[in-house]
Design a protein around this ligand. Structure first.
Ligand code: IPE
Ligand code: IPE
Ligand code: MG
Length: 223
């Protein structure tokens, strides 16, 4: 089993279009896939799940969509807090959180605090996240610390520290690109691309990705 699974949750808009629905209903259906993915991660012993929920580039979408996504995030956190707690999930974020709406920041912090003592899956939400920006921030913080610049020290200054790099990166909706996600951390991550749109990515689809991972031969450059 992969210890750390990262997911680029893509295809909500296309899923909605396919159903003749507004994009926001695609995002809403996507939230149900999040619930299922978190639950199954716990059942299967995945220790860390990192979900790309909103990129630094996503601010360029219509203000209606951005507002809708932020409201959905806060609502989903409030609605799911009980179940997350019951399942022992811990919550953290990687982000530049200060640019999120203050109400969303508050809900996030409340939920993080509430789940703080749990020992199950560590759920990391990437919000207003960009991989290059994260590297720049880590370099700045490393230079201020005065430590020697090494791969190990830079890793410690990334927001993903102290968690191990993802073993498996899943991307839904059939796009073969990283879209600025975890650029530093995915150096040796196994990549799994599925044409399934995120709202359709449920139990069977996740299981297929995990089975695919189990067949991979991870060589890390060795012969
Ligand atoms: C992923 O679905 C959700 C976010 C990026 C916030 P999209 O909204 O990107 O869906 P498509 O790519 O337009 O289908
Ligand atoms: C990647 O999806 C970002 C998230 C899943 C949050 P996008 O839909 O923003 O990526 P592109 O535009 O297809 O690269
Ligand atoms: Mg997309």
């Amino acid at each position: 089993m992969p210890r750390h699974v990262a997911v680029i949750m893509d295809g909500n808009g296309r899923w909605a279009k396919q159903q003749g629905l507004p994009r926001l209903l695609g995002h809403r259906a996507g939230a149900d896939s999040v619930r299922e993915t978190v639950r199954l991660s716990g059942e299967w012993g995945v220790e860390a799940l990192t979900l790309f929920a909103f990129s630094t580039e996503n601010w360029a979408r219509s203000s209606d969509e951005v507002r809708g996504l932020m409201a959905l995030l806060a609502r989903t956190l409030r609605r799911e807090a009980d179940e997350l707690d019951k399942n022992g999930v811990r919550l953290r974020t990687i982000e530049r959180i200060e640019t999120l709406p203050t109400s969303v920041q508050k809900t996030l912090q409340q939920t993080i605090d509430r789940l703080n003592g749990n020992r199950g899956v560590v759920l990391t939400l990437a919000l207003n996240y960009g991989g290059r920006q994260e590297i720049v921030d880590a370099v700045k913080s490393l230079l201020v610390s005065g430590e020697a610049v090494t791969e190990e020290s830079l890793s410690r200054h990334m927001q993903t520290a102290p968690f191990p790099d993802p073993d498996l990166l899943i991307r839904t909706s059939g796009e073969y690109r990283l879209s600025n996600f975890l650029l530093w951390q995915c150096a040796y991550t196994e990549i799994y691309v599925t044409p399934t749109y995120w709202p359709d990515f449920r139990r069977e689809a996740y299981l297929a990705a995990l089975h695919d991972y189990q067949r991979r031969d991870r060589r890390f450059g060795k012969a």
